[in-house]
Design a protein around this ligand. Structure first.
Ligand code: GUN
Ligand code: ZN
Length: 439
């Protein structure tokens, strides 16, 4: 039988590597009049329209479905490397800094997830909104409740999404209602892993909240879970806020710095990603790079909670893999375009402005690499899963006005990330199929 072929036409941009500080032009491909040939949900070819069409066997050309996005920009689906679906309800809640924001808003919102129907309805809403923002893959914290992971994965599987999620592990220094134990952490996580890891496009991420809310015994369990499968993922928080840093120092006096706590319990390695990493020493950066663990750069969250400015240039320079993240609900938008703008603001405040090339890399291939999912998604090389977003900056009047006088692709991309948001998302496709369409 003939594979189900699909031809998509539009301006296409994707990355093959990190363009780096020097904006290496070999790191990306751009086809002003481009084609994506998709078969059975996977990218078969990506190139200039005329060339792809010319090399196409007639039987496939005749049988293919066509989707014309001429005049619009097609990029790989955005990758959000750190977010909390249970925190949708606390977005935009006035807080002072991390620790009181957690107590006043975040923990109460997560306690409410005892209610399974709230977990299901929120998971469904969250995933629909991600797709409306052009985000097709994310690393997502559930809550301490095992059913919050079931709810999320159930909704993600229905939508055929490539998603990471895990049950939050926390057994101390938080409300009683949110505490598990080392034993229940092991038992419930193992059951969830058996149920969901590798099912469809889903993978499990072991999710100790952060060092202060897990006992040493529970961190050891997290290490065992992380090592329990070769392709296991892990997500947590690292070095976000000065008071948090002091607290970790008091709780783990035997460890030489914050990173050493996670290192000691075997929580570093490829597939592990830590939110924030703002206040890291050069030595911690070097050890992170050696371990192949990644950092999720959460600029809107860091600005919102006054956590500080993440040093993107220095961290990337130290060969640490970095992804971009909304960190909702401390983050103020699910939009990766807005997140790119915030990342630029944070970098500019340190006089090391983020180039459009690096920003668009971070939101796509860079995020996939940071999550160790780049063998599946992140760009349009042959064999990748055909998740993509169609952007039309002209849907925003001010942006249309600006784009009319843009003189280069770099200018267009920069204006799009600075002035754009989810209003620019014309369509989102998963495995080739359109799952979101504006108006
Ligand atoms: N550190 C520990 N938990 C959290 C959380 O939920 N959000 C943020 N931003 N930081 C954290
Ligand atoms: Zn977070």
């Amino acid at each position: 039988p003939l594979p189900t072929a699909m031809l998509v036409r539009g301006s296409i941009l994707h990355f093959l590597a990190d363009p780096g500080e020097a904006c290496n032009t070999a790191a990306w491909e751009y086809f002003a009049d481009g084609a994506l040939l998709i078969e059975d949900g996977l990218v078969r070819r990506c190139g200039p329209w005329a060339e792809v069409l010319e090399n196409l066997p007639e039987v496939i050309r005749d049988a293919a479905r066509y989707r014309d996005y001429t005049g619009k920009l097609i990029v790989p689906g955005f990758v959000d490397t750190h977010t909390h679906y249970a925190q949708m309800k606390v977005m935009g809640s006035f807080g002072r800094e991390l620790l009181d924001w957690l107590e006043n808003y975040t923990y109460p919102a997560e306690i409410a997830f005892e209610d399974e129907t709230l977990a299901s309805s929120t998971a469904s809403f969250f995933l629909d909104r991600l797709l409306a923002h052009g985000t097709t893959t994310a690393s997502v914290f559930a809550t301490v409740h095992a059913h919050s992971v079931d709810a999320f994965f159930f909704e993600a599987e229905r939508r055929k999404l490539r998603m990471l999620c895990g049950k939050v592990l926390m057994d101390r220094h938080c409300p009683q209602a949110l505490r598990d134990s080392p034993e229940s952490a092991w038992r419930e996580s193992s059951a969830l892993i058996n149920r969901w890891h590798g099912k469809g496009r889903l993978a499990y991420s072991v999710s100790p909240r952060f060092a202060p809310t897990s006992s040493p015994e529970q961190l050891a369990v997290a290490g065992d879970l992380f090592r329990s499968r070769p392709d296991m993922h892990l997500q947590s928080h690292l070095s976000e806020n000065w008071r948090e840093l002091e607290w970790v120092g008091e709780l783990f006096p035997g460890r030489r710095d914050y990173l050493d706590v996670y290192e000691h319990y075997g929580l570093l390695g490829r597939g592990a990603i830590y939110g924030h990493g703002i206040h890291l020493s050069p030595d911690e950066k070097q050890r992170l790079a050696q371990s192949a663990a990644a950092i999720a750069f959460c600029p809107s969250s860091n600005l919102f909670l006054g956590s500080g400015f993440f040093h993107y240039a220095a961290t990337a320079e130290a060969s640490v893999q970095v992804g971009l993240a909304s960190d909702v609900g401390a983050g103020t938008s699910l939009s990766m375009l807005r997140t790119m703008a915030a990342a630029h603001t944070v970098s500019q405040a340190q006089h090391q402005p983020l180039s459009p090339w690096r920003a668009w890399y971070l939101a796509t291939l860079g995020g996939a690499q940071a999550l160790a999912l780049d063998q599946f998604v992140g760009n349009f090389t042959a064999g990748k899963e055909a998740d993509f977003v169609v952007l039309d900056g002209r849907r925003i009047p001010e942006l249309r006005f600006r784009l009319d006088c843009a003189e280069s692709l770099a200018e267009e991309l920069f204006a799009l990330m600075l002035l754009g948001d989810e209003r620019c998302v014309a369509a989102t496709h998963i495995l080739g199929e359109r799952v979101f369409c504006a108006e």
